[in-house]
Design a protein around this ligand. Structure first.
Ligand SMILES: [Cu+2]
Length: 399
């Protein structure tokens, strides 16, 4: 073999090995080949045979091309016989792929219609995307124990074996909701409501991420769907329906509540929180935030990720314990929430100290001031370390 060919062969096999090994990751939570819900299975049922057909054709074509490149390479031999047109071959090679595509097309159409079916759903969650996090609002559904609307963010909680109707929209630009193990993608478009059915077979935490490029922190716009047994789901709902309790007097947390009322309540809602004069503290993020909303923090510590699920509220050890749990135990572990020992103080403090430094929000951070209009995401509020201590103590009480 000449060195040139050897080089080509080495290059091609190197690329093939890379592609092959990259497909071998064990810990791949966003693997579309491991469906755990009806929609994802419907997609998988289409994907498997199409991938097999395309794979076989791909291998044949690649082998033929490589064979021809090597076998008929220019060694200074005479010009081969020149032909012009082979009608039978050309017509055959047009009809055969057309037939294959038509066959695949029939099944694709059927799948598209199967996926868009929503008449069999048993529960509704409104899903709103914004730069760069997801809000979930559960309208009152008394038959499911949801007697009052529930608002949360980052992690959507659903009961297992229940077909959930997602009503998706956006407050700013187009986003796309995708939990690979559970569903296909559906864009969340401002001014429109797109529906998507989603369900999970077994309890677990299913990861996903925004799949429509939506600005600077698009890659940090993650989300999780947490499927709980019906019993655990009922416990989650019951907790979400409670208001936050004010911390005891003369504690650090109580001082934190004071800082929160000063600094945070203009954007963040904490249900049940009262101002010093005893009137309810109502968030009005509209004035400050581009999307017109900020996450409701009433039960911050009941979720285990924050800021568009981009960061962990759980320390590494506790996270491994919850996320690595079996489907039998994951529900109870999740419901335990973020305890004091498990709180990832480092990242939460970093967030409070300077959120845009953790999650890019403006191409030019110098432009992020409180006087030049609205914020995208959470601003740097210039808090003192003292205030951060108090705030962390207060936020820890929001179970
Ligand atoms: Cu997005």
């Amino acid at each position: 073999m000449s060195t040139k060919i050897r080089r080509i062969v080495a290059g091609v096999s190197g690329l093939a090995a890379t592609a092959f090994l990259a497909g071998c990751a064990k810990d791949a939570p966003q693997d579309t080949w491991q469906p755990k819900g009806t929609n994802a299975k419907t997609i998988d049922d289409l994907q498997q045979p199409v991938f097999a057909i395309a794979g076989v054709i791909g291998v044949i074509v690649t082998c033929a091309v490589v064979y021809c490149i090597i076998k008929f390479r220019d060694r200074g031999q005479a010009m081969p016989e020149q032909t012009h047109g082979k009608p039978a071959l050309e017509i055959g090679m047009t009809i055969l792929p057309a037939l294959i595509l038509a066959g695949v097309g029939v099944f694709t159409f059927r799948t598209v219609f199967d996926l868009s079916k929503t008449s069999d759903t048993q529960m509704v969650v409104n899903v709103t995307g914004q730069q760069w996090w997801w809000e979930y609002d559960y309208p009152a559904q008394p038959e499911l124990g949801i007697t009052q609307p529930i608002i949360t963010s980052g992690q959507m909680i659903i009961p297992v074996g229940t077909k959930v109707l997602l009503r998706e929209t956006s407050r700013d630009v187009i986003h796309s909701y995708w939990i690979p193990a559970l569903n296909g993608k559906r864009d969340a478009v401002p001014g429109r409501v797109h529906t998507l059915r989603l369900d999970a077979d077994e309890p677990g935490i299913y990861a996903g991420q925004c799949t429509e490029f939506c600005g600077l922190s698009h890659a940090n716009m993650r989300m999780e769907t947490v499927a709980l047994s019906k019993e655990d789901f009922a416990a989650w709902v019951a907790n979400q329906l409670t208001n936050a309790k004010s911390p005891a007097e003369k504690t650090l947390a109580k001082e934190g509540e004071g800082v929160f009322l000063n600094q945070c309540v203009r954007c963040h809602q904490v249900n049940g929180l009262k101002k010093a004069d005893g009137t309810p503290a109502i968030a009005a993020p509209d004035e400050n935030v581009w999307a017109g909303a900020a996450p409701n923090l009433t039960h911050l510590m009941s979720r285990n990720t924050f800021a568009g699920a981009a960061f962990d509220l759980l320390s590494q050890k506790c996270r491994a314990d919850v996320w690595g749990a079996s489907s039998e135990t994951v529900g109870k572990k999740y419901l335990a929430g973020v305890t004091e020992e498990c709180l990832n103080q480092t990242d939460l403090r970093r967030w409070l100290r300077n959120a845009p430094a953790m999650k890019p929000m403006y191409a030019d951070p110098a432009k992020l001031t409180s006087t030049n209009g609205k914020y995208r995401g959470m601003p740097n509020l210039g808090l003192t370390e003292d205030d951060i201590d108090k705030l962390v103590a207060y936020l820890s009480t929001l179970k």
